[in-house]
Design a protein around this ligand. Structure first.
Ligand SMILES: *Cc1c(COP(=O)(O)O)cnc(C)c1O
Length: 408
């Protein structure tokens, strides 16, 4: 048995190709740090090329450690070229800057990761790049919002915070029919829930870019900030590298080391947090204080059929990240909802997900969307990210805080 004849991502990531220094084979690859790289002579210095990764020239343009992580992330997501950025948000920015210029238009889902909208309102607008928002749950709305100048469409599955799962396949088909570039924020799927470069499973439909907040699952520790942009297209890869070079962006070797160490366990961690999140979401379904459970793998949740078609087709059980939201009963008050969050003992109040500690954040949807989405019941939205605590302990924690605070 070799990594070649398995389809399981864990086996691929653990037995990934790597040439260690002579007589030093070990579980983890080496960690290399450099700003300066020495050349044997001036001719070699002049000849060496970094853009195609045929050589090392300077720390910002890559080291054996960054190249190794980039290759493994390509394996994880099914792509060909990867650049590493200092955070997930900077991955979104690098993807946008690599292809957009003054006069272009970009489309962003109304339920996208909020800072991507803020980037469009700020830097992109000030560089003369316009944007509009589309309803991710309606491929016809995407079609209707396309302009002749539309150069890039952002995709995200599921939507941020409200967790509705779009018909990604048909959104991608709209982009492809118009030959408009598409970039997917792949943080939730993480290369495990679905294959962004082969959406139909027959090699005929791929996004052009994925951006991934490695801060979440690839790190898994709640202690590293990093992002990646991956593409299968050689020309787009060169554009990404040139944007990275001109902006002077790179990542630190210690952070690369942390992610390389976490990567072999990504699918085990993803599956464990998925199981816990579903147990918690099931518990919420039976609570009178909850009017809607927003978890794409739960029957009846907004976009569940789309999740099923993309992530659980052909009898596969289907993966989902350990992240879900609930809509709490509008008969409660915001003060009760806030004190519920404050009363949780194991869930800590904080942003991000994929780390060891379970997290909770109450959100105000009114301030995040152009309008209240039709598929969301009215109420107070609270988002949970499950860590690695025992799910039974987490349910007990929810129950004690709910008993104290969610009475009406
Ligand atoms: C966290 C996150 C980001 C940004 O990642 P940072 O490393 O925090 O900048 C982008 N997109 C999604 C969907 C995220 O969850």
């Amino acid at each position: 048995m070799t990594a070649k004849n398995t389809t399981h991502i864990s086996t691929h990531l653990i037995h990934h190709g790597y040439t260690p220094p002579a007589d030093f084979e070990a579980p983890q690859p080496g960690v290399f740090k450099a700003s300066t790289v020495f050349f044997p002579n001036v001719a070699a210095m002049r000849q060496r090329e970094w853009k195609d990764k045929s050589g090392y020239t300077y720390g910002t343009h890559g080291t054996p450690s960054t190249f190794t992580l980039e290759e493994r992330l390509c394996t994880l997501e099914g792509g060909k070229h990867c650049v590493l950025t200092p955070s997930g948000l900077s991955a979104l920015a690098v993807a946008a800057f690599s292809v957009l210029k003054t006069g272009d238009h970009v489309l962003i889902p109304d339920n996208s990761y909020g800072p991507n909208k803020v980037l469009a309102q700020g830097e992109l607008a000030s560089f003369g790049i316009s944007h509009s928002y589309y309803d991710a749950m309606n491929p016809q709305d995407l079609e209707a919002k396309m302009q002749p100048q539309t150069k890039l469409v952002w995709l995200e599955a599921p939507g941020s915070v409200s967790m509705e799962f779009p018909d990604l396949i048909n959104l991608a088909k709209v982009c492809k029919a118009r030959k408009v570039l598409m970039a997917l924020d792949n943080t939730w799927g993480a290369g495990i829930a679905f294959k962004p470069f082969d959406l139909l499973g027959n090699g005929s439909l791929a996004v052009d870019f994925t951006a991934h907040a490695l801060t979440k699952y690839p790190s898994g520790g709640g202690d590293v900030l990093m992002g990646s942009v991956i593409t299968c297209n050689d020309d787009l890869a060169l554009k990404l590298k040139l944007t990275m070079m001109r902006l002077g962006l790179c990542v630190g070797a210690n952070d690369v080391e942390s992610i390389l160490r976490s990567l072999p366990t990504i699918s085990l961690r993803y599956e464990a947090q998925d199981r816990s999140a579903r147990q918690l979401a099931q518990w919420w379904k039976e609570q009178k204080s909850c009017v809607q459970v927003l978890h794409p793998a739960m029957e009846g949740a907004p976009g569940h059929v789309n999740w099923k078609a993309l992530c659980a087709s052909e009898g596969r059980e289907g993966h989902a990240a350990g992240l879900f939201s609930v809509m709490l009963n509008p008969a409660l008050t915001q003060a009760q909802v806030d004190s519920f969050c404050d009363s949780l003992q194991l869930f800590r109040i904080g942003y991000s997900w994929g780390g060891p500690t379970s997290l909770v954040v109450p959100y105000q949807i009114e301030s995040m969307r152009s309008r209240w989405p039709a598929h969301l019941n009215k109420g107070y939205l609270v988002r949970f990210s499950t860590g690695f605590e025992s799910p039974d302990d987490l349910v007990a924690d929810l129950a004690q805080a709910a008993a104290h605070c969610l009475n009406f």
